[in-house]
Design a protein around this ligand. Structure first.
Ligand code: GAL
Length: 439
């Protein structure tokens, strides 16, 4: 983790510093004012809110839940997960529950700008004493603590680190298309997509619901602009109108031509499954796909890496971790606050994280995990994440670099693009989103 501070300033760390400078208005001590005493000591239940319902996502959560129940026999675990990859449905439900002051006891939020939204709206409690009581400050990398801190207070409990910029591919289809290795640049990727199309009857690139096109966009921007160029996009005043962005978006438009038509009914699992089922050559998806591919049935697909599928960093992004982190929060007014703290303890624990992450397809957020548990792709991910020379870039789609408004405005622009395929309109939409939403 050493030597990474500079590149992380593109994320919340940087924004938090700016926010500290310009806003004294949000006195953190005053933010706790709404929570009533009711429920403060209630440990009878805990309602945990996430979007980990589907194949591949639920297993990790269930593993942690089982450990939690063993350690907290008097606390009923209520799994309030709502389906929809990357939280597309869950986040809308959560927003209305928070608005109506009916929070769950703990909810999943991404480290970075997304968490900052909850903090600034006064919806979650600081967790400084929880961190002190459980000696947690030293077990997380400082750069991650920076992404969950605001005005000197810590606000969530990270459970993992995911990598967004991963290319999953079907080796047999690549062979049929005469492709000998994973593409190393966006240009090579486009050449390979063309080869799959002309030489095989398979789908070159599997895509699912609209958010998977947003997810693809961040990998293409990173691949074309490089780590510094990508990170610079998320700073106020960034030049989204540059020729370099036009080039990246033109490549994005070209890549989209080789995908299946966007289908809201197919979430990321459907698109990823097409690769291991031999229907599609490539898919760009976060490494939660690995948990899904290799996990045992009925949730997992029980596939073998190296034969059923292979992986590589998305084209042009080798050496950079386009990262995101799932973290759990303590909402203000949580009805079972003690239950929530017991859950946060589980999510922060070495045991909890080592049960969760091998199934989820992520590496632990803690620094002291049991390395031997991370095999196959996860051994590679573990080594990359912990290599001080790996560069970092924050995922905008999964909450690190863009606040919720910016995230939603980009999604709207991408949605329009998927209809009109107009690169100039896509770019001007992205320029406006950055102008209106960057903080
Ligand atoms: C991300 C989340 C991951 C995984 C993925 C697909 O936003 O951080 O844990 O759930 O969505 O649903």
């Amino acid at each position: 983790m050493r030597g990474r501070a500079a590149s992380l300033r593109a994320g919340l760390g940087w924004k938090a510093l700016a926010a500290v400078a310009v806003s004294g208005a949000l006195a953190v001590s005053g933010c706790g004012g709404n929570s009533s005493d009711k429920g403060k000591n209630d440990k009878s239940k805990v309602e945990v809110f996430s979007w980990w319902t589907g194949p591949g996502e639920a297993d990790g959560l269930n593993a942690m839940k089982a450990d939690f129940e063993k350690k907290n026999p008097g606390t009923q675990f209520i799994n309030a997960a709502i389906a929809g990859g990357s939280g597309t449905q869950a986040q809308a439900v959560l927003a209305s529950r928070l608005q109506n002051r009916k929070p769950p006891d703990s909810f999943q939020g991404h480290a970075g700008a997304e968490l900052l939204d909850y903090i600034k709206q006064g919806q979650i409690e600081p967790l400084d004493s929880f961190y002190d009581q459980n000696n947690l400050k030293s077990v997380y990398p400082q750069q991650l603590l920076d992404q969950i801190s605001y005005q000197g207070h810590i606000y969530s409990v990270p459970v993992n680190i995911h990598r967004s910029n991963m290319l999953w591919y079907n080796p047999a289809i690549l062979k049929d298309a005469g492709i000998t290795d994973a593409p190393k640049s966006v240009a090579e990727f486009i050449t390979d997509l063309k080869a799959v199309k002309s030489k095989t009857k398979k789908v070159p690139l599997a895509l699912g619901a609209q958010w998977t096109a947003d997810h693809l966009l961040e990998s293409v921007l990173l691949g074309d602009l490089g780590t510094d160029g990508y990170n610079a996009l998320w700073k106020p005043g960034a030049d989204w109108g540059s020729a370099a962005v036009t080039k990246a978006l033109t490549d994005y438009a070209e890549i989209i031509k080789y995908t299946t038509t966007e289908a809201a009914s197919t979430d990321w699992q459907g698109a990823a499954k097409d690769v291991v089922d031999g229907k599609a050559a490539f898919n760009i998806m976060g490494d939660w796909a690995y948990g899904y591919f290799t996990g045992p049935s009925p949730n997992g697909l029980g596939k073998k890496d190296g034969t059923d599928f292979k992986y590589a960093p998305s084209p042009g992004t080798d050496g950079t971790y386009l990262w995101l982190s799932d973290s759990f929060t303590l909402p203000k007014g949580a009805p079972h606050r003690e239950g929530a703290l017991a859950w946060l303890k589980e999510a922060s624990s070495k045991e909890g994280q080592d049960l969760f992450n091998p199934k989820k397809g992520s590496v632990p957020a803690r620094k002291d995990a049991d390395k031997a548990l991370y095999t196959g792709y996860l051994e590679y991910a573990f080594a990359q994440w912990n290599n001080p020379s790996t560069k970092l870039a924050g995922s905008f789609w999964h909450g690190v670099n863009a606040n919720k408004r910016w995230h939603n405005d980009i999604d709207t622009t991408v949605g329009l693009f998927l209809q009109n395929k107009d690169v100039a309109k896509l770019q001007s939409g992205l320029v406006s989103a950055a102008k209106n939403d960057a903080q």
